[in-house]
Design a binder for this molecule. Structure first.
Ligand code: SF4
Ligand code: SF4
Length: 82
């Protein structure tokens, strides 16, 4: 039987969640111009970036994000891995 807990790690693609996403402040995001490629932010809900080249990763701010903490996410650099 499904319980609400089953969805703990699932992040919904909502306006409210988008506002909480701090990707746009992150060095990796800026360095790779991830705003120019879909899904532009909220990678934990929308999946990884569709940028055609490899993402040059530096810091990831996900670990300090309210959504990351609230949903008990584990892996960072979601723009690359999700
Ligand atoms: S966990 Fe990362 S990708 Fe998801 S909303 Fe927070 S900063 Fe954005
Ligand atoms: S998922 Fe992490 S590394 Fe990627 S843009 Fe968001 S905060 Fe930066």
């Amino acid at each position: 039987m499904k319980t609400p807990m089953d969805n703990t790690h699932r992040v919904d693609d909502t306006e409210e969640n988008l506002e909480k996403c701090i990707c746009k402040m992150c060095p990796t995001f800026k360095k790779n111009n991830l705003a120019d490629y879909p899904p532009t932010a909220l990678f934990c809900a929308r999946g990884k970036s569709e940028i055609p080249s490899d993402i040059k990763t530096t810091n990831c701010y996900c670990l300090g994000c309210d959504i990351f903490i609230k949903h008990g996410l584990v892996i960072s650099h979601l723009c690359v891995h999700r």
